[in-house]
Design a binder for this molecule. Structure first.
Ligand code: DC
Length: 226
């Protein structure tokens, strides 16, 4: 058997359960889980902290030349670092979600994060989730999955998640943000969210978490044998 690292790409809209499912699956398959949304969130967080708007391209470029974004894994858990500082859950607020969506539409930001993502997949077997992993970042991935669910099912999951974290919000607000981000992510000119031609479509609208994990695991194992 070759020692070439395996790459599994999971793309799909926010709240489809990509990160939760991919994290569990990575543990079961012995791969590293890489959450690329966290990288865009880090750029969004950096911009918010500096008061930079996504429309001010010169300021964005200047910021990118100043910041250092790094990715590490501690006991299989991904950490993102901004200029040597571990940001932890600070990148998970609704404000940072919106900023990540806005800044991820900029080609300079996508280019800035591309090498980091590709280098990570060169070094070890990965399950990488995002929006353009199967289409742009890892076009030669061994398995490509497009994981989706209805906007309502996704908003419901995200709402429960935010409630558990004590973030004050309403279901309607979460659903509105979700639809706005879906629109932004799939209508931007650069690397819009879309399934790769050779991606396998998996819809988890009607599935519990356990069912989604089992469905995805079977799909991935079958495709790897394939
Ligand atoms: O997966 P997430 O919700 O953490 O992603 C945050 C934002 O980053 C989301 O609005 C889309 C963007 N993103 C992207 O454009 N490309 C990726 N590979 C991952 C995320």
């Amino acid at each position: 058997m070759s020692n070439k690292p395996i790459a599994i790409a999971i793309d799909g809209p926010s709240g489809a359960g990509k990160s939760t499912i991919a994290r569990i699956l990575a543990g079961e398959l012995g791969c590293m889980y890489v959450d690329t949304g966290a990288l865009y969130r880090t750029v969004g967080y950096a911009a918010l902290g500096r008061g930079i708007e996504a429309t001010d391209l010169a300021a964005v470029e200047a910021m990118l030349s100043e910041i250092r974004v790094e990715l590490t894994h501690e006991n299989g858990v991904q950490q993102v670092w901004l200029n040597g500082e571990n940001l932890g859950d600070r990148i998970r607020t609704p404000e940072v979600s919106m900023a990540a969506s806005a800044f991820s539409a900029l080609p300079v930001v996508r280019q800035y994060l591309l090498d980091l993502q590709q280098d990570t997949a060169r070094k070890q077997s990965v399950i990488m989730d995002g929006r353009d992993i199967g289409t742009v970042v890892l076009p030669f991935a061994d398995v490509k999955i497009f994981l989706t669910a209805s906007a309502e099912a996704r908003a419901e999951r995200r709402f429960l998640e935010l409630q558990e974290k004590g973030v004050e919000t309403t279901f309607d607000e979460v659903l509105r943000d979700m639809k706005e981000r879906d629109y932004n992510d799939s209508h931007r000119a650069t690397a819009p969210l879309k399934a790769a031609d050779d991606a396998i479509l998996v819809d988890t609208s009607e599935c519990t978490l356990e069912e989604s994990v089992a469905l995805l695991k079977n799909t991935v194992l079958k495709a790897l044998k394939g």
